[in-house]
Ligand binder design. Structure first.
Ligand SMILES: Cc1ncc(COP(=O)(O)O)c(C=O)c1O
Length: 493
């Protein structure tokens, strides 16, 4: 096979009938592409022979144009490497617009965009996905992740790719991966499921989108925990649903309040194992009330089981889905917390009679999940690495959680009230009266603290000010200093 060059050929129209000579047309095209900033300083341009072949002309006019551009300093030649847009062109020059047309110029006046999208509460501006610093809630203990083992698995699975790996896969996800997840969920989470009910998705976030598209329509009421998970709220808001804030207490969602506010809601989104953000475990009585409501009022329940692998003082709590006898619960899980968030892999356990509906929506949304991460994860689970990692992390997080709670007690001497300590990877702490959580969070960023304010977790008016403190990525030895910095930050205002 002939060797094919990797340099991209810029879009360039050549008019053979024009009176302008070909070398001049090529010169003008390059010059204006460089001045418009479409070709950037340092970017390689195609070899003269390749450009001549692409333009179906002789090489002579191309060589003429290149010679002129080199002489004028628009291009530079590097021996043995090729020809490049000159790196010494001044910044202002490469962004000036010679043609007078500027497609990227900011326009004045209002531009019509989706009202639902514009109504979202500035989630993209928050810094939660940036580099982890102390108390960041988005990150597990990445320094304890078995990186070597993981890289070896990724390398091996990448090398084993076949042509069949390049085809569209099963829209539900790989069969072996779904079987491995079903085994795990049945034994570790008491979820009732067969592999065929499991759909692999790109994190809980996509799971919620698929659920909203499959089960809800614009105007449908949805119960949301108050305070609750903002990114879940955003999905149902984008679907045009009416969000009903249902308060939580130490037993989880207060079902009687939901009944009072919107008995006929179509769906309730809950985090029963570890309420986000306050940390309660939903009591058995509330679980039964919730299931009864769903059955009586023909509603759906979404169980987001995002970090249930980690319980420290009591044995694991079985899932809500495992108690359900009427196939009302749609169970959502993720690898973001238990492994790492950039994987973007999660799963939905779908009631059998809804599988076709979910499949249609999935195919319409993104056809199916990518293959490589699934095959790596399948081996990671079936070879026992997953269970081993969870056991190691449970010990580590247990120590980190105790260290955080103890240091808060010692350093704050009762001025911070801690909620929800027995599970997961974060604690919530309410602030002393008069201290505003958003201001504390802003000050924290200057002290290398990633503090997540509690008040934006409320859909309505916040009833308390507090901080959601992740302990997953703070080493026990660093905890006292981090909590000291936290105290200074709280009282700096
Ligand atoms: C309540 C809740 N659900 C789910 C997730 C994970 O989301 P994803 O799987 O989209 O990364 C998080 C992450 O912080 C969370 O707090």
């Amino acid at each position: 096979m002939k060797r094919v060059t990797a340099t991209l050929v810029p879009i360039m129209r050549i008019d053979r009938q024009s009176k302008r000579p070909l070398h001049r047309q090529i010169y003008d095209a390059y010059r204006s592409t460089i001045l418009r900033g479409e070709l950037r300083p340092g970017q390689q341009v195609p070899a003269s022979r390749l450009l001549a072949t692409e333009l179906k002309i002789s090489r002579i006019p191309v060589l003429g144009a290149y010679a002129q551009l080199l002489a004028e300093g628009y291009l530079e030649a590097r021996i043995g490497a090729g020809t490049f847009v000159s790196r010494s062109l001044p910044e202002q020059l490469t962004h000036c617009e010679t043609s007078g047309r500027s497609p990227q110029k900011l326009r004045s006046g209002s531009r019509r965009v989706s009202r639902r999208g514009a109504g979202l509460p500035g989630l993209a501006a928050d810094a939660w996905w940036q580099r982890p610093s102390a108390f960041s809630i988005s990150y597990p203990a990445l320094d304890h992740f078995p990186m070597r083992l993981w890289s070896d698995l990724v390398r091996r699975h990448a090398r084993q790719q076949r042509v069949s790996s390049l085809l569209y896969g099963d829209p539900m996800g790989r069969e072996d991966f779904r079987a491995a997840i079903a085994d795990y969920l049945r034994s570790a989470r008491a979820v009732r499921c067969d592999p065929e009910q499991i759909m692999i998705v790109s994190g809980s976030q996509q799971a919620l989108q698929i659920i909203a598209h499959a089960l809800l329509g614009a105007g449908d009421s949805v119960w949301m925990e108050e305070p609750g998970y903002r990114l879940a709220r955003a999905v149902f808001a984008l679907a045009g649903c009416r969000l009903i804030a249902v308060p939580v207490d130490e037993e989880g969602l207060i079902v009687s309040q939901g009944l009072k506010r919107a008995r006929n809601a179509r769906l309730a989104y809950v985090t029963p194992s570890h309420q986000y953000p306050l940390g309660a475990t939903m009591s058995a009585a509330r679980r039964i009330q919730l299931l009864e409501w769903a059955q009586t009022c023909d509603a759906w329940l979404v169980e987001d089981d995002y970090d249930s692998e980690y319980r420290y003082e009591s044995p694991p709590i079985a899932s809500l889905q495992g108690l359900d006898v009427d196939a009302r619960v749609i169970y959502v899980g993720t690898f973001s917390k238990v492994l790492f968030p950039s994987l973007r892999v999660g799963y939905i356990v779908i009631p059998k009679d809804l599988m076709q509906q979910f499949l249609e929506v999935r195919v319409a949304m993104d056809i199916g999940p990518p293959d490589l991460a699934q095959s790596v994860l399948t081996e990671f689970i079936t070879a026992g690495h997953f269970a081993r990692h969870i056991r190691r992390m449970r010990l580590l997080y247990g120590e980190r959680r105790s260290a955080l709670a103890q240091n808060i007690r010692d350093i704050f001497a009762g001025e911070l009230t801690v909620h929800g300590g027995d599970s997961g990877m974060h604690l919530a702490a309410t602030l002393p009266v008069g201290v505003r959580d958003q201001a504390v969070a802003q000050r924290g960023a200057q002290r290398r603290l990633s503090l997540w304010p509690l008040s934006p977790s409320y859909l309505g008016k916040p009833t308390q000010q507090g901080l959601i403190l992740g302990f997953g990525n703070v080493d026990v030895s660093e905890m006292p200093a981090a909590v000291e910095r936290l105290k200074k930050t709280v009282y700096a205002g």
